[in-house]
Design a protein around this ligand. Structure first.
Ligand code: SIN
Ligand code: FE2
Length: 212
């Protein structure tokens, strides 16, 4: 990430829970939106099937060496996009730079993501309580970038039904969790329409991970 991607404000790091850090207004998302537009020409957004034969309300794509995939056989990472038969698009340089800088700003040095899941939420789309556990290596943090419409991310922590900490996330905010929080449960509440934004009316989320 060059200085052009910084918002110009000193980032504010807020401790949401132990080893969970919110970086408010960390990034100008305009260049990220442009990059998303480019990569989804190569790997289109799709609504994946879950192992219990449901359909995810969030549409997803991936960039990087590995991409997260779900179908009736389960959740897993794949190096080839099952929809196109091609490898996932290369992770744009401004994505990986941003992920590393955000991780470092949150106190996680040497983050080296090989995967970026791109989530697209339309109004009403949500993500149920889960934890990111399909990776083979939990020593790296998760870096989660919010773009577009505001949403409420909910941190539950070690227990699925544990205390819920609602975290309003807006365009340009980044959440980072790792170490003792790496396998924490979390969710995203159903996206609401918001008169402040945005055409098109979506929230995008970039989730950077190291899978191996
Ligand atoms: C996720 O948990 O994979 C998505 C988080 C988000 O959309 O903020
Ligand atoms: Fe997640």
């Amino acid at each position: 990430m060059g200085a052009d991607l910084l918002t110009g404000f000193a980032p504010v790091a807020i401790a949401v829970a132990p080893d969970v850090v919110l970086l408010r207004q960390f990034v100008d998302t305009q260049p990220l939106r442009a990059a998303i537009g480019d990569v989804v020409v190569l790997a289109p957004f799709r609504h994946l099937t879950t192992p219990n034969r449901g359909t995810m309300s969030v549409a997803i794509s991936n960039v990087g060496e590995q991409g997260w995939h779900s179908d009736i056989k389960g959740y897993r990472y794949v190096g080839v996009d099952p929809m196109t038969g091609r490898t996932w698009p290369t992770m744009p340089a401004n994505f990986s730079d941003l992920a590393q800088r955000a991780a470092a700003a949150a106190g996680f040095l040497d983050f080296n993501p090989n995967c970026c899941l791109i989530n697209r939420y339309a109004i009403g789309a949500k993500m149920g309580t889960h934890r990111d556990q399909d990776e083979a290596n939990f020593s790296h943090p998760i870096v989660s970038v919010s773009i577009g419409l505001p949403a409420v991310f909910v941190w539950h922590g070690a227990v699925r039904t544990g205390t819920s900490i609602p975290v309003p996330v807006e365009d340009g905010d980044i959440l980072v969790w790792g170490r003792s929080a790496r396998l924490g449960y979390h969710a995203v509440r159903a996206l609401k329409a918001d008169s402040r934004m945005s055409v098109p009316p979506f929230r995008y989320n970039l989730t950077f991970r190291r899978t191996n």
